[in-house]
Design a protein around this ligand. Structure first.
Ligand SMILES: Nc1ncnc2c1ncn2[C@@H]1O[C@H](COP(=O)(O)OP(=O)(O)OP(=O)(O)O)[C@@H](O)[C@H]1O
Ligand SMILES: [Mg+2]
Length: 326
């Protein structure tokens, strides 16, 4: 029985037993999947792709659903995508930090991908991406039956101010501006929220020379997907800021494969880069009072901003296109 259950199923069992929602990483070994998996030097489990099922066209980076040799199904973010390896670095550091702070995130694995397993895929754009992604890629456990969270629809998921506060606080810490009412990057699975898509976080790593100025920067959070859920950001700050320690950050940055930490001016080695992430995020957590988000847009304000954006878009179009929405 135990061997037949995937890790995601065990997370649900845990939830039902009241075990909380901070699943420890690498549970696979405990539940009998060790035999099919290979541990890499980085600490993330490595699996091999057996079959490419389909592209997820909702995602700008064209992630794909892939079956692997551990009997798992993963959403794979490809190393050959235009977003580049930094998006994968951001996914690993932020997802694994979120997990250790008690937020719900899918399991991450490294997926060894041979484009031959997708020979049947007819779309030439997808084929180009897959051919450029032979070798190591990043997989996140596919959540079967999950749906994208719609902030305005308060039907089947309860989000408490405490939970909303922790998620908003976390996004502000890691500079994730890609969890808005327009693009929530939250999934509802078994009536709970799960965080996905952190590739746009850690904005500072796109220009390390400017990173010191970003340590205490405030990021625009007023249109956060959970801004309407009375987020208790101050409570989250008291609970979470002390937990973002140098030791914890070293643990999560160690999970990034060396090959995705490409040399940068002044940061020649993967080790130097890891330390740069650690010291930046530790310093930022220590200065949280300077960047705590507040002032979330009301539904009326959101509607007004949306109307203004639509008007500006239409005004930029030729007369014959002005009646077309979107
Ligand atoms: N772990 C998962 N389980 C099930 N569905 C998922 C999972 N991860 C992503 N999806 C689905 O795929 C869509 C795209 O995923 P994601 O947002 O991570 O891709 P992306 O390429 O980074 O997209 P974006 O255009 O937002 O940058 C999600 O909105 C969701 O519907
Ligand atoms: Mg997304």
């Amino acid at each position: 029985m135990v061997d037949l259950l995937g890790r995601a199923d065990w997370q649900v069992v845990e939830l039902m037993l009241g075990g909380g929602w901070a699943a420890p990483p690498l549970m696979g070994a405990e539940y009998g999947r060790e035999a099919e998996r290979v541990r890499t030097g980085t600490g993330l489990t490595e699996v091999a792709a057996l079959r490419y099922l389909e592209p997820l066209r909702a995602g700008g980076s064209l992630p794909g659903v892939v079956e692997t040799d551990d009997l798992g199904t993963y959403v794979v973010k490809f190393s050959g995508a235009a977003q580049g390896p930094k998006a994968l670095v951001a996914e690993i550091i932020t997802t694994e930090l979120a997990r250790r702070l008690g937020l719900r995130v899918p399991e991450l694995v490294l997926v060894d991908f041979d484009p031959a397993v997708a020979a049947h895929e007819p779309d030439p754009e997808v084929q180009d991406l897959l051919r450029a992604s032979a070798g190591l890629n990043l997989g996140m456990d596919f959540l079967p039956g999950a749906r994208d969270f719609a902030p305005a629809v308060r039907r089947d998921v309860d989000v408490s101010p405490a939970e909303a506060g922790r998620i908003v606080w976390f996004d502000a810490l890691v500079g994730n501006v890609d969890r808005t009412v327009h693009s929530p990057n939250l999934m509802v699975w078994h009536q709970r929220l799960w965080l996905i898509d952190h590739g746009a976080a850690l904005i500072f790593h796109h220009r390390w020379s400017g990173a010191p100025d970003a340590v205490a920067r405030t990021y625009p959070m007023s249109e956060h997907a959970l801004g309407g859920y009375a987020p208790d950001v101050a409570g989250a700050d008291r609970a979470l800021a002390p937990r973002v320690t140098v030791e914890l950050l070293r643990e999560v940055t160690a999970l990034v494969p060396d090959r995705w930490l490409e040399p940068e001016p002044g940061l020649d080695s993967p080790g130097q880069q890891r330390e740069a992430y650690v010291s930046h995020l530790a310093a930022r957590a220590a200065r949280s009072a300077e960047w705590l988000p507040d002032g979330f847009a009301t539904p009326a304000e959101l509607a007004e901003r949306e109307a203004r954006r639509t008007a500006a878009t239409l005004a930029g179009r030729p007369a014959w296109l002005q009646h077309v929405r979107g």
